[in-house]
Design a protein around this ligand. Structure first.
Ligand code: SAH
Length: 473
């Protein structure tokens, strides 16, 4: 087919990037899989050919001929241009169904599980899939008229889309964005320019303790100093006051900081920072546990779902009180402390030093004396501890909660030799989860239960909790 040629297509599935997928040729004819953005499974569409390769192609949606019964009106007017939410035009039930199926497919195709569907519990969804995010990271730039822009990147690009609000985040962000733009204008603060690696303000990060109302604002800069800091704090305080006048529960500006990132990189946060107002951390609670959180530390972004996720992890861990537990990739020690109340001893390991500082403080804050935390790469710390003293650093239960790239092979091999009775794998990427499951299955584990959890409604991201047990036990 020629470029720009029109064709009709039935959308059958959704890619992990949230593009609709259809087929123009059958497999017998050599199969051509076509990806079309902004479409939904069940749509019959007319599309224009953008790029055709041997086996796959990209088309642009021209016209919906017959809409899918699962289509809904997106809540956000920026949903087509913004790269954040790719599933807003799908009903929430359909989103959940797609995620359940996606996890099942990965476990079957990559993980080699023959009975994936039978092992899976239904995905844990939200009752109200909006305003769920406690953290936002807005890139900062400038529009053609020279006005500061705070927003999001468009899909597959770094062009900025201005936002005054985002319906997945906390509503206080709307006022914070307004106050921050006023500050940039008044103090003539230069925005960062990626291409020339010049200018100052890169990102605006906000995090709200949903249970406590404590607000953290962190400005990521390509430099050491932020001009007009008093103006900034004043504008943020005024923003919070405006919000509190209209809305409850109240928000309190607890922490304003800068984070220094002078690297030419896509990584948002740099490694060091400084508090310029209030506390260096905010506090939030999950169930009856309190957590201090620094700007550099990871903290689950969806508090309503986090409680369900950790509850399931605790359930899968099956603790009786006698166990030695390892929590690998432990962040600020959230899962560790959830488990510590039901275990004899918990060891946690995490690569970000600020997060481990939080974890130690959090153990103390909640009165735990049976925890020990290590800073470093899990794949280095765990093998070292285990080689040093395999009795002390044994494991009855292991929890892993790695970033999207999954677990390091060395770590998986160490876990296999530690031979815990139960291994709880919390994953934010079904494909790397399934890859690691194949290795663990080879090493003598068997998957006994799987539950997906929807931490990120309106996007294709899905979290999965898996219980693995040893076949020889
Ligand atoms: N379990 C925690 C954190 C999960 S996110 C929670 O639920 O809050 C994954 C964590 O792994 C992040 O805190 C990240 O900093 C950390 N991390 C990334 N690579 C790592 C590695 N190689 N070794 C140890 N921790 C790592």
């Amino acid at each position: 087919m020629k470029k720009n040629e029109l064709f009709e297509l039935t959308i059958e599935d959704m890619s992990t990037d949230g593009e609709g997928i259809g087929h123009l040729r059958d497999r017998e004819e050599g199969g051509l899989t076509v990806f079309v953005k902004d479409t939904a499974p069940g749509d019959r569409v007319e599309a224009r050919m953008l790029k055709e390769k041997k086996r796959y192609a990209y088309g642009r949606l021209e016209r919906i001929l017959e809409p899918s019964p699962d289509r809904v009106e997106p809540l956000c007017e920026k949903s087509r241009s913004c790269g954040g939410c790719t599933l807003q035009h799908l009903s929430y039930e359909k989103q959940l169904e797609l995620k359940q199926k996606y996890v099942e497919n990965c476990l079957t195709r990559i993980g080699g599980l023959e009975n994936a569907a039978a092992l899976m519990e239904p995905i844990m969804g939200m009752e109200e899939p909006w305003h769920f995010r406690n953290k936002m990271q807005f890139p900062v730039g400038r529009d053609k008229a020279g006005e500061p822009v705070v927003g999001f990147y468009a899909g597959h690009s770094h062009s900025l889309i201005a936002l005054s609000d985002c319906p997945t985040g906390h509503p206080v962000n709307q006022e914070i964005i307004r106050g921050f733009r006023e500050y940039m204008k008044e103090e003539a603060v230069p925005e960062y320019d990626e291409e020339s690696h010049s200018g100052l303000v890169r990102h605006l990060l906000t995090r709200v303790g949903f249970a406590t109302g404590e607000l953290m604002v962190c400005v990521v800069i390509n430099g050491n100093k932020l001009p007009g800091q008093e103006t900034l704090v004043g504008k943020l305080q005024a923003a919070v006051e405006r919000y509190n006048r209209e809305q409850t529960p109240f928000i309190r500006l607890s922490s304003v900081s800068i984070n220094i990132n002078k690297d030419k990189t896509n990584r948002i946060l740099g490694f060091s920072g400084r508090t310029i107002y209030g506390e260096p951390v905010i506090v939030d609670t999950i169930r009856d546990l309190k957590f201090e959180i620094a700007p550099e530390s990871f903290f689950q972004v969806n508090p309503v779902q986090t409680e369900k996720l950790y509850g399931k992890a605790l359930d899968y861990a099956g603790l009786t009180g006698d166990e030695t537990v390892w929590d690998m990739y432990c962040g600020i020690g959230t899962i560790s402390l959830f488990l510590a109340g039901k275990a004899k001893q918990v060891y946690g390991v995490e690569i970000v030093p600020q997060a481990i500082e939080n974890a130690r403080k959090n153990a103390e804050l909640n009165g735990f004396t049976n925890t020990e935390f290590f800073v470093g790469k899990a794949e280095e710390v765990v093998p070292r501890c285990y080689a040093e003293n395999s009795r002390k650093y044994t494991a009855d239960v292991v929890v892993v909660d790695p970033p999207r790239k999954g677990c390091d092979r060395t770590l998986l091999e160490t876990i296999i030799s530690m031979a815990p009775r139960r291994l709880v794998y919390v994953s934010c990427d079904p494909a790397t989860l399934a890859r690691d499951i194949a290795i663990l299955t080879e090493g003598g584990f068997e998957v006994s239960r799987v539950t997906p959890a929807d931490m990120f409604p309106q996007s294709m991201h899905v979290e999965t909790i898996v219980l693995l047990q040893r076949t020889d036990m």
